[in-house]
Design a protein around this ligand. Structure first.
Ligand code: ZN
Ligand code: FE
Length: 326
């Protein structure tokens, strides 16, 4: 039997009081019975909910078993749209809230919603490009959903309701996303990171074994953005706006041919392509091991580019230039 005493600062006093198990400061005490119905199916994240409204500063929270690590689990549905985009729906089974990550085009998203039996409540827009926003109007007409997107691209995103910036929180039902500024591909590009459920939605900033083109930002800006994503936990699932993984691997092998992890990934991706299987989502750990745009510190890459000991953003910039010409 364990009890858990909380640091007041760790508690969210909003509509979803809870704590993360990392914030436990002392153990010892009686019993808290988690009610399974309060949580989504499945378990695994180091977080559990406390459905209790009170002045919690003096509250001892009791847990039955500290190994019971449950959370509101998001359902994620990825499907191809346009020529090489992915659509992604995320769904909170407890509240029914459903968000589309970007809106490449309406029809496949409507079909995916119908297939899953979900009603769209939110659209989380990463950046203003048409292949990420063209479906907003029709989806909003149909569902009256709330559209979130980067404040710095506010004039460029049709139907934008809520402007977001670095550090903001966007909620989809019980799940909270942190907004990360990942500008570089466009001036205001943002990514949405759900720290409890572990996916990050990165639009056109990071691709598997690749990254977005520098259309509205320079190499140092993009390097800073990619570095933020690379610093997320390695097990983080990464959902990208496009499937370019096969072509990206062919380029990456010209930059770092002796990288064994990259060679293994390239073989896996070739097999996926041959079988019509997606190579996404990827993970932060896999990208750190294989993606030349995250690997500016690699001695092999620096030597191949003749940029030994140069600033990492300069090495990154040269990799990006070579990819543009590839
Ligand atoms: Zn784009
Ligand atoms: Fe795109």
């Amino acid at each position: 039997m364990h009890g858990v005493r909380l640091l007041p600062a760790c508690l969210d006093l909003g509509r979803r009081p809870r704590l993360s198990i990392q914030n436990v400061v002392s153990i010892g005490g009686p019993v808290f019975k988690p009610r399974p119905a309060e949580y989504g199916p499945g378990a695994g994240a180091a977080r559990f909910g406390i459905f209790k409204d009170s002045d919690i500063e003096e509250t001892d929270i009791e847990v039955k078993d500290i190994e019971v690590k449950v959370m509101a689990q998001l359902e994620i549905f990825q499907f191809p749209t346009r020529s090489d985009n992915y659509g992604v729906l995320i769904h909170d089974p407890k509240t029914g809230a459903t968000a589309s990550i970007d809106a490449p085009e309406a029809a496949p998203i409507l079909a995916a919603l119908a297939q899953k039996g979900w009603d769209l409540t939110d659209i989380l827009v990463t950046h203003h490009h048409a292949d990420h926003t063209a479906g907003i109007g029709a989806l909003k007409n149909r569902y009256g959903c709330t559209v979130y997107g980067p404040a710095r691209e506010a004039g460029l995103i049709p139907g934008l309701d809520v402007e977001v910036k670095e550090g903001d929180t966007v909620s989809v039902g019980h799940a909270d996303a942190t907004v990360i500024d990942t500008s570089g591909h466009t001036r205001g590009h943002v990514s949405y990171y759900f720290p409890d459920q572990a996916p990050v939605f990165v639009g056109d900033t990071l691709f598997s074994v690749g990254c977005g083109k520098l259309l509205e930002g320079d190499a140092p800006t993009m390097w800073a953005s990619l570095s933020k994503l690379a610093a997320l936990p390695p097990e983080t699932d990464v959902y990208c706006g496009h499937e370019y993984t096969g072509a990206n691997c062919r380029f990456a092998l010209t930059i770092e041919p002796d990288n064994a992890a990259l060679r293994a990934r390239a073989a896996e991706v070739a097999e996926n392509d041959a079988n019509g299987r997606p190579s996404l989502p990827t993970t932060i750990g896999l990208e750190r091991a294989t993606n030349p745009f995250l690997r500016a510190s690699s001695p092999e890459i620096q030597a191949r580019l003749g940029l030994e000991g140069q600033p990492l953003e300069a090495v990154f910039g040269e990799v990006r230039r070579r990819k543009d010409r590839f």
